[in-house]
Design a protein around this ligand. Structure first.
Ligand code: PLP
Length: 268
Protein backbone atom coordinates (compact mmCIF):
# COMPACT_ATOMS: atom_id res chain seq x y z
CA UNK A 1 0.00 0.00 0.00
CA UNK A 2 1.27 3.46 -0.81
CA UNK A 3 1.16 5.99 1.95
CA UNK A 4 1.78 9.64 1.44
CA UNK A 5 0.54 13.08 1.73
CA UNK A 6 -2.29 13.35 -0.76
CA UNK A 7 -4.21 16.36 0.50
CA UNK A 8 -7.96 15.89 0.87
CA UNK A 9 -10.74 18.42 0.33
CA UNK A 10 -14.43 18.10 1.14
CA UNK A 11 -17.31 19.36 -0.98
CA UNK A 12 -20.69 19.83 0.69
CA UNK A 13 -22.99 20.15 -2.30
CA UNK A 14 -25.88 18.91 -4.39
CA UNK A 15 -25.81 16.19 -7.05
CA UNK A 16 -26.10 17.12 -10.73
CA UNK A 17 -26.64 13.85 -12.62
CA UNK A 18 -25.42 15.42 -15.90
CA UNK A 19 -21.98 15.75 -14.32
CA UNK A 20 -21.75 19.40 -15.33
CA UNK A 21 -22.16 21.17 -12.01
CA UNK A 22 -22.65 20.35 -8.35
CA UNK A 23 -20.62 17.81 -6.46
CA UNK A 24 -19.70 15.91 -9.64
CA UNK A 25 -17.96 19.02 -11.02
CA UNK A 26 -16.30 19.61 -7.64
CA UNK A 27 -14.90 16.08 -7.44
CA UNK A 28 -13.55 16.28 -11.00
CA UNK A 29 -11.95 19.61 -10.17
CA UNK A 30 -10.33 18.18 -7.04
CA UNK A 31 -9.08 15.16 -9.03
CA UNK A 32 -7.66 17.39 -11.76
CA UNK A 33 -5.62 19.16 -9.07
CA UNK A 34 -4.31 15.93 -7.53
CA UNK A 35 -6.45 16.46 -4.43
CA UNK A 36 -8.45 13.58 -2.95
CA UNK A 37 -12.13 14.51 -3.02
CA UNK A 38 -14.63 13.75 -0.24
CA UNK A 39 -18.29 14.68 -0.68
CA UNK A 40 -21.22 15.25 1.67
CA UNK A 41 -24.44 15.28 -0.38
CA UNK A 42 -26.99 17.94 0.50
CA UNK A 43 -29.57 17.50 -2.26
CA UNK A 44 -30.35 15.26 -5.19
CA UNK A 45 -31.49 17.12 -8.28
CA UNK A 46 -32.94 15.77 -11.50
CA UNK A 47 -31.42 17.78 -14.32
CA UNK A 48 -29.56 17.60 -17.60
CA UNK A 49 -27.72 20.11 -19.74
CA UNK A 50 -31.04 21.76 -20.68
CA UNK A 51 -32.46 22.43 -17.22
CA UNK A 52 -33.51 21.28 -13.78
CA UNK A 53 -36.74 19.26 -13.41
CA UNK A 54 -36.75 18.65 -9.66
CA UNK A 55 -34.82 18.33 -6.44
CA UNK A 56 -35.06 16.84 -2.96
CA UNK A 57 -33.04 18.31 -0.11
CA UNK A 58 -31.69 15.74 2.36
CA UNK A 59 -32.36 15.97 6.08
CA UNK A 60 -30.04 18.33 7.95
CA UNK A 61 -29.06 15.52 10.38
CA UNK A 62 -27.91 13.28 7.56
CA UNK A 63 -25.88 16.09 6.03
CA UNK A 64 -24.26 16.79 9.40
CA UNK A 65 -23.59 13.07 9.94
CA UNK A 66 -21.77 12.80 6.60
CA UNK A 67 -19.50 15.69 7.51
CA UNK A 68 -18.81 14.21 10.97
CA UNK A 69 -17.99 10.80 9.51
CA UNK A 70 -15.47 12.26 7.08
CA UNK A 71 -13.87 14.60 9.60
CA UNK A 72 -13.50 11.77 12.14
CA UNK A 73 -11.41 9.81 9.66
CA UNK A 74 -9.73 11.96 7.03
CA UNK A 75 -7.67 15.11 7.60
CA UNK A 76 -9.47 17.72 5.52
CA UNK A 77 -7.31 20.59 4.26
CA UNK A 78 -10.09 22.66 2.67
CA UNK A 79 -13.89 22.66 2.37
CA UNK A 80 -16.15 23.91 -0.39
CA UNK A 81 -19.88 24.42 0.10
CA UNK A 82 -22.23 24.61 -2.90
CA UNK A 83 -26.00 24.04 -3.17
CA UNK A 84 -27.31 23.69 0.39
CA UNK A 85 -31.00 23.78 -0.54
CA UNK A 86 -32.67 24.75 2.78
CA UNK A 87 -32.09 26.92 5.84
CA UNK A 88 -31.92 23.85 8.13
CA UNK A 89 -29.10 22.40 6.02
CA UNK A 90 -27.22 25.71 6.00
CA UNK A 91 -27.53 25.78 9.81
CA UNK A 92 -26.31 22.17 10.19
CA UNK A 93 -23.37 22.74 7.85
CA UNK A 94 -22.33 25.90 9.69
CA UNK A 95 -22.62 24.08 13.04
CA UNK A 96 -20.56 21.10 11.83
CA UNK A 97 -17.86 23.36 10.40
CA UNK A 98 -17.68 25.20 13.72
CA UNK A 99 -17.74 22.13 15.98
CA UNK A 100 -15.24 20.18 13.90
CA UNK A 101 -13.08 23.26 13.33
CA UNK A 102 -12.82 22.54 9.60
CA UNK A 103 -10.19 24.71 7.90
CA UNK A 104 -10.16 26.90 4.78
CA UNK A 105 -13.88 27.03 4.05
CA UNK A 106 -14.84 28.29 0.58
CA UNK A 107 -18.54 29.20 0.37
CA UNK A 108 -20.12 29.30 -3.08
CA UNK A 109 -23.42 31.00 -2.17
CA UNK A 110 -25.54 29.07 -4.69
CA UNK A 111 -29.00 30.63 -5.01
CA UNK A 112 -30.32 30.24 -8.58
CA UNK A 113 -29.12 28.02 -11.45
CA UNK A 114 -28.14 29.68 -14.72
CA UNK A 115 -31.22 27.99 -16.24
CA UNK A 116 -33.33 29.96 -13.71
CA UNK A 117 -34.28 27.43 -11.01
CA UNK A 118 -34.15 28.64 -7.40
CA UNK A 119 -31.77 26.45 -5.38
CA UNK A 120 -32.02 28.24 -1.99
CA UNK A 121 -35.01 30.14 -0.58
CA UNK A 122 -34.96 33.50 1.24
CA UNK A 123 -34.73 31.87 4.71
CA UNK A 124 -31.76 29.87 3.50
CA UNK A 125 -30.04 33.02 2.25
CA UNK A 126 -30.61 34.68 5.64
CA UNK A 127 -29.13 31.66 7.43
CA UNK A 128 -26.17 31.70 5.07
CA UNK A 129 -25.51 35.36 5.86
CA UNK A 130 -25.91 34.89 9.61
CA UNK A 131 -24.32 31.48 10.29
CA UNK A 132 -22.16 30.28 7.40
CA UNK A 133 -20.42 33.39 6.09
CA UNK A 134 -18.82 34.16 9.49
CA UNK A 135 -17.12 30.74 9.28
CA UNK A 136 -15.82 31.19 5.73
CA UNK A 137 -12.27 31.95 4.68
CA UNK A 138 -13.71 33.16 1.41
CA UNK A 139 -17.13 33.49 -0.22
CA UNK A 140 -17.34 33.48 -4.03
CA UNK A 141 -20.56 35.18 -5.19
CA UNK A 142 -21.22 35.99 -8.83
CA UNK A 143 -22.70 39.45 -9.48
CA UNK A 144 -26.39 38.51 -8.89
CA UNK A 145 -25.45 36.63 -5.68
CA UNK A 146 -23.29 39.54 -4.50
CA UNK A 147 -26.27 41.86 -5.03
CA UNK A 148 -28.50 39.68 -2.84
CA UNK A 149 -25.88 39.23 -0.09
CA UNK A 150 -24.91 42.91 0.03
CA UNK A 151 -28.10 44.73 -0.95
CA UNK A 152 -26.02 46.76 -3.44
CA UNK A 153 -27.15 46.94 -7.10
CA UNK A 154 -23.98 46.35 -9.13
CA UNK A 155 -23.51 48.16 -12.41
CA UNK A 156 -19.91 49.36 -12.11
CA UNK A 157 -16.55 48.25 -10.65
CA UNK A 158 -17.10 50.72 -7.80
CA UNK A 159 -20.45 49.05 -6.96
CA UNK A 160 -18.71 45.66 -6.94
CA UNK A 161 -16.17 47.02 -4.46
CA UNK A 162 -18.91 48.35 -2.19
CA UNK A 163 -20.74 45.00 -2.37
CA UNK A 164 -17.51 43.13 -1.52
CA UNK A 165 -16.89 45.45 1.42
CA UNK A 166 -20.38 44.85 2.83
CA UNK A 167 -20.21 41.07 2.32
CA UNK A 168 -16.84 40.95 4.07
CA UNK A 169 -18.49 42.91 6.87
CA UNK A 170 -20.80 39.91 7.43
CA UNK A 171 -17.82 38.13 8.96
CA UNK A 172 -15.94 36.15 6.30
CA UNK A 173 -12.20 36.75 5.97
CA UNK A 174 -12.37 37.49 2.25
CA UNK A 175 -14.75 37.81 -0.70
CA UNK A 176 -14.28 37.14 -4.41
CA UNK A 177 -16.98 38.72 -6.56
CA UNK A 178 -16.59 36.70 -9.74
CA UNK A 179 -16.83 38.58 -12.99
CA UNK A 180 -18.33 35.99 -15.34
CA UNK A 181 -21.79 37.62 -15.23
CA UNK A 182 -20.54 41.20 -15.76
CA UNK A 183 -20.21 42.61 -19.29
CA UNK A 184 -16.91 43.18 -21.13
CA UNK A 185 -14.19 41.39 -23.10
CA UNK A 186 -12.30 40.73 -19.91
CA UNK A 187 -13.45 38.81 -16.86
CA UNK A 188 -12.38 40.58 -13.68
CA UNK A 189 -12.64 38.63 -10.42
CA UNK A 190 -12.51 41.07 -7.51
CA UNK A 191 -10.94 39.84 -4.27
CA UNK A 192 -11.30 41.83 -1.05
CA UNK A 193 -9.46 40.56 2.03
CA UNK A 194 -10.75 43.17 4.46
CA UNK A 195 -7.91 45.59 3.70
CA UNK A 196 -6.97 45.49 0.04
CA UNK A 197 -8.77 44.96 -3.26
CA UNK A 198 -7.05 42.68 -5.77
CA UNK A 199 -8.14 42.02 -9.33
CA UNK A 200 -7.59 38.80 -11.29
CA UNK A 201 -8.12 39.35 -14.99
CA UNK A 202 -8.45 37.03 -17.97
CA UNK A 203 -9.80 37.29 -21.50
CA UNK A 204 -13.45 36.27 -21.68
CA UNK A 205 -13.87 32.89 -23.39
CA UNK A 206 -16.66 32.72 -25.95
CA UNK A 207 -19.19 30.12 -24.88
CA UNK A 208 -21.97 30.00 -27.49
CA UNK A 209 -25.11 28.48 -25.96
CA UNK A 210 -23.64 28.85 -22.47
CA UNK A 211 -21.61 26.61 -20.21
CA UNK A 212 -22.84 24.89 -17.10
CA UNK A 213 -21.00 24.60 -13.81
CA UNK A 214 -18.52 27.47 -13.94
CA UNK A 215 -19.42 28.83 -10.48
CA UNK A 216 -19.12 25.41 -8.81
CA UNK A 217 -15.86 24.71 -10.60
CA UNK A 218 -14.30 28.05 -9.71
CA UNK A 219 -15.03 27.65 -5.99
CA UNK A 220 -13.87 24.02 -6.04
CA UNK A 221 -10.63 25.06 -7.76
CA UNK A 222 -10.04 27.73 -5.09
CA UNK A 223 -10.54 25.03 -2.42
CA UNK A 224 -8.25 22.58 -4.24
CA UNK A 225 -5.47 25.15 -4.49
CA UNK A 226 -5.89 26.06 -0.81
CA UNK A 227 -5.68 22.33 0.04
CA UNK A 228 -2.39 22.24 -1.90
CA UNK A 229 -1.04 25.04 0.30
CA UNK A 230 -1.47 28.11 -1.93
CA UNK A 231 -2.19 31.45 -0.29
CA UNK A 232 -5.66 32.78 -1.12
CA UNK A 233 -4.65 35.30 -3.81
CA UNK A 234 -2.66 32.64 -5.71
CA UNK A 235 -5.50 30.16 -5.26
CA UNK A 236 -7.92 32.70 -6.79
CA UNK A 237 -5.64 33.47 -9.76
CA UNK A 238 -5.00 29.79 -10.43
CA UNK A 239 -8.70 28.99 -10.17
CA UNK A 240 -9.52 31.72 -12.70
CA UNK A 241 -6.96 30.35 -15.17
CA UNK A 242 -8.22 26.80 -14.62
CA UNK A 243 -11.86 27.76 -15.30
CA UNK A 244 -10.88 29.82 -18.38
CA UNK A 245 -9.11 26.76 -19.81
CA UNK A 246 -12.01 24.48 -18.91
CA UNK A 247 -14.41 26.85 -20.75
CA UNK A 248 -12.09 27.05 -23.78
CA UNK A 249 -12.15 23.22 -23.92
CA UNK A 250 -15.89 22.88 -23.13
CA UNK A 251 -17.72 20.19 -25.05
CA UNK A 252 -21.30 19.81 -26.33
CA UNK A 253 -22.11 16.58 -24.53
CA UNK A 254 -25.88 17.00 -24.29
CA UNK A 255 -28.45 19.12 -26.16
CA UNK A 256 -28.17 22.16 -23.89
CA UNK A 257 -25.30 24.02 -22.26
CA UNK A 258 -21.78 22.83 -22.98
CA UNK A 259 -19.92 21.08 -20.18
CA UNK A 260 -16.51 22.09 -18.93
CA UNK A 261 -13.52 19.87 -19.58
CA UNK A 262 -12.16 19.58 -16.05
CA UNK A 263 -9.15 17.62 -17.29
CA UNK A 264 -8.15 20.01 -20.09
CA UNK A 265 -4.60 20.32 -18.75
CA UNK A 266 -3.93 16.62 -19.25
CA UNK A 267 -6.45 15.49 -21.86
CA UNK A 268 -4.49 17.05 -24.75
N1 PLP B 1 -27.11 21.98 -9.88
C1 PLP B 1 -26.40 21.98 -8.76
C2 PLP B 1 -26.47 20.77 -7.89
C3 PLP B 1 -25.62 23.10 -8.44
O1 PLP B 1 -24.89 23.11 -7.32
C4 PLP B 1 -25.59 24.22 -9.30
C5 PLP B 1 -24.79 25.41 -9.01
O2 PLP B 1 -24.13 25.53 -8.04
C6 PLP B 1 -26.34 24.17 -10.46
C7 PLP B 1 -27.09 23.04 -10.71
C8 PLP B 1 -26.37 25.30 -11.43
O3 PLP B 1 -25.23 25.36 -12.18
P1 PLP B 1 -25.17 26.44 -13.35
O4 PLP B 1 -25.73 27.69 -12.78
O5 PLP B 1 -23.75 26.54 -13.71
O6 PLP B 1 -26.03 25.90 -14.45
Amino acid sequence: MRTGNVPAALTIAGSDPSGGAGLQADLETFAAHGVHGCSAVTAVTSQNTVGITGSVVLGADLVGAQIEAIAADIPIRAVKTGMLGAAAVVEAVAAAIGQLDLPQVVVDPVMVSSSGTRLLDADGVQMLRAELLPRALVVTPNVPEAEVLSGVAISSPRDAQEAARRIQGLGCSAVIVTGGHAPGDEVVDLLFDGRTFHQCRTLRMAAPGGVHGTGCTFAAAVAANLALGCPLLDAAARAQAYVAGAIAHARAIGRGAALLDHFWRTSG
